[in-house]
Design a protein around this ligand. Structure first.
Ligand SMILES: C[S@@+](CC[C@H](N)C(=O)[O-])C[C@H]1O[C@@H](n2cnc3c(N)ncnc32)[C@H](O)[C@@H]1O
Length: 441
């Protein structure tokens, strides 16, 4: 029997929803299995330690390993309760660092391998509580809302999760949780202030310079695609902009929603972000050091009404004709190289800006889909000069340009510091009448 148009649409929507649930389950499973994976890592270290000859055991291990009740490598099955019997991928733990199958992810902190983690369909609003579409006018109260408010975290919605949570989580998924944890330091730890001053401060100062007279009655609108854990978007909102962060990774959205909506005090939680890497530590103390988060309380820092996080793929969400010409500013920080097709990103940024609107960009060109060996992913990898040529072709004019030296989610006390010489620019969309005057000038 032939399905009519409406039935086909319904079928497509159901399929998308099913995919979305599947992807969300996998990601929640990764978060839940994070401690188990860490224990497996510890077992690997303990196992290596036991292989040392007595003479080589002469040094003091940093922790008293005799205190570890689970210290029984060969009796693994006896030691662990049933639900811990799994190995995470059945493979050797040594394969961990290459388990992503993407040579770049382990080496490049700015690549978190978020493909396959994102919402399968475009979402104007999302499953996260702050994700209200301010520009779409559906929710504009500018308040951080509680998780219950969108009905997605009710007890009934937890049932389907409980019954289907996966215990056998691939290490590649756990790696992504670890990557998010390093991003928490960047966005929400006092330690991350150095990186925020390198990356976010120049953007914030540029926005203040470009929009000196921000009216409370009609604040300028700013979009932050690839908003990560939301700090830059929040700081822009605090400056007096109606700011929307856009993010397509559930890993990121779950975490940012938690911090933005559920923080009750500064330094409420302690994390140990560097504990997973035994490489390049100067001291054990450095590796084991705690980081308190959040460094500010999002709910009480004076956000501007209309602050929102919008879940979904930038291309899908913002190529909607309703988005055309509505943004005063688009801010991309470590984002444009996430594109399969950077020309498409530039075209969309061009279209969604108002005439005379500004595009502020800061970041490298570490194309995320480059070197995806054998996966045949589209990846357009332009040089910086060519990226600018494409922008000029669309009608942007370059107002300011410099290079900023910065790290990305780097452990400041590591012996290895990856440094980027990031491009930082302000471009303006030429207004239709060819005048390039700023909106507030
Ligand atoms: C390198 S991170 C930068 C995050 C943040 N801007 C910062 O500077 O810390 C890139 C972010 O863009 C997100 N992202 C990648 N492709 C995206 C897309 N097509 N749409 C929306 N977000 C995307 C990733 O999930 C990731 O959070």
């Amino acid at each position: 029997m032939e399905l009519n148009e409406e039935q086909q649409q319904l079928r497509r929507r159901k399929l998308e929803e099913a995919l979305e649930v599947k992807s969300l389950r996998r990601i929640i499973s990764a978060y839940i299995n994070y401690p188990d994976a860490a224990e497996d890592d510890i077992k690997r270290c303990e196992s290596s330690f036991r292989k040392l000859s007595p003479a080589h055991k002469a040094f003091e291990p940093p922790l008293d390993m005799s205190m570890d009740v689970d210290n029984c490598e060969d009796q693994h099955l006896e030691c662990c309760p049933d639900e811990h019997h799994h190995r995470h991928d059945g493979s050797s733990l040594d394969s961990h660092h290459s388990s992503t199958g993407m040579a770049r992810s382990a080496k490049d902190p700015a690549v978190c391998n978020t493909e396959n983690d994102h919402m399968p369909s475009a979402r104007g609003t999302t499953d996260t509580d702050v994700a209200t579409n301010a520009i779409g006018g559906q929710e504009t109260e500018g308040q951080l809302k509680s998780v219950e408010s969108n009905g997605n975290a009710s007890s009934s919605s937890c049932d389907w999760l409980n019954s289907s949570l996966q215990l056998n989580v691939p290490l590649v998924d756990v790696d992504k949780v670890r990557c998010v944890i390093r991003n928490i330091v960047r966005d929400w730890g006092a330690e991350g202030q150095v990186e925020r001053d390198q990356c976010y401060l120049p953007i914030l100062e540029e926005l203040e310079r470009l929009f000196p007279k921000r009216s409370k009655e009609s604040p300028p609108c700013c979009l932050v695609p690839g908003a990560g854990l939301g700090r830059l978007a929040l700081d822009i909102s605090r400056l007096g902009f109606v700011c929307q962060g856009n993010e397509f990774s559930y890993y990121m959205m779950i975490c940012s929603s938690f911090i933005l909506n559920h923080s009750q005090s500064v330094g409420e939680w302690t994390i140990y972000p560097w504990i997973h890497s035994n490489c390049n530590s100067i001291s054990d103390e450095d590796q084991l050091r705690p980081v308190s988060i959040p460094d500010i309380l999002p709910a009480s820092v004076g956000i501007t009404e209309g602050f929102s996080m919008c879940g979904g793929d930038f291309v899908e969400v913002y190529s909607d004709p309703g988005q055309e010409g509505i943004w005063d500013a688009v801010v991309t920080c470590f984002f444009i190289d996430t594109a399969h097709n950077i020309v498409e990103y530039i075209e969309i940024i061009w279209k969604i800006l108002k005439d005379g609107g500004v595009w502020i960009n800061l970041g490298p060109l570490l194309y995320h889909f480059a070197d995806t060996y054998g996966q045949n992913e589209m990846s357009i990898e332009l040089s910086l000069e060519d990226v600018k040529k494409v922008a000029f072709h669309y009608g942007f004019t370059l107002e300011k340009e410099s290079t900023i030296s910065t790290t990305y989610t780097t452990n400041a006390r590591s012996m290895m510091q990856n440094r980027y010489f990031a491009a930082f620019w302000t471009m303006r969309k030429k207004s239709a009448n060819k005048s390039s005057a700023a909106p507030d000038e």
